[in-house]
Design a binder for this molecule. Sequence first.
Ligand SMILES: [Zn+2]
Length: 340
Amino acid sequence: MKRSEFLKKCVVLTAGSLIAGQSMARQITGPAVPGAVEPVAAGKLDGLSGLSGQADAATAAETVTILYTNDTHARLDPFPDNAVEYAGLGGISRRATLVKKIRRGSPHTLLLDAGDVFQGTPWFNVFGGEKDLKLMSQMGYDAICLGNHEFDNGLDGFADVAPAADFPILCANYRVDGTPMAPFVEPFIVREVAGLRFGIFGLGIRLDGVVRPELYGDVEYLDPVRWARGMAESLRGYHRCDYIICLSHLGYHYDDERIDDRKLASQTNGIDLVIGGHTHTFMDQPEAIRTPDGNSTLVTQAGHSGINLGRVDLQFDEFGRISQTLAHQYTIGARDHVAG
Ligand SMILES: [Zn+2]
């Protein structure tokens, strides 16, 4: 898809410094950009409208594109044509083709995944996740976080195949010291893209009740909100990051007291974007959640099984502030997006 076509299809989430840009605005001072697109009315946090007509009006100095998946679940092949649901959709090679096309138009791109790469098809039963990690490495994934199914072959099973990932596997709220996972899991990374610093950290779900205890062994689950607050603070302060992304496998929303991405965002300052997983939630566009300090965090997820590829474009002005945030979900295998 050409960039102009993408712009027509996508949803404009913010303009000016309404949402994700606010955290940037705290750091960078400078005059308002002349000719910037009018912000979406302040306070209209849950009414993010699709202002596709305005997308072309933005003049950005630089665009950074964030692409993401979650819960790909060993679905390397597309769903069969006779599948009851999702017939013919997905497939890792078509995803790779789409990512390549997008990168051609958007050279400053991050490719991320929010966990549960493992389990779901015979590819996992036979190769234990190694093929998935290899192919994701070839595709140029920048980072993924740990999902609960990454424990399905135990800690040794994970350690056997983890070297196939030539990208970092993130989780800030599991204590993995002294376990076979330790060499392969990091809390966060900092990536410089288009001269801007992106802090990316991972959060995992409570293991008790979700993963059998013998599979997670001595890995210890720690309070995700506490660790997210610490991460956001240290990435923004000590590591001087301009934009903070949380890869979360907590789940998008639960009606009970279990922590989820929406609750996390409402209790934590400083995160710009939560890319979630676990609940297999298809979302047309990210949801903006108000943070305790009155800013907001975008929360998104891209379904499951590699059916969708999520995309968020951040347009930065010449002062390094976000002038516009655009979002789109590609359905892989759907005719308008990418051919086989
Ligand atoms: Zn999961």
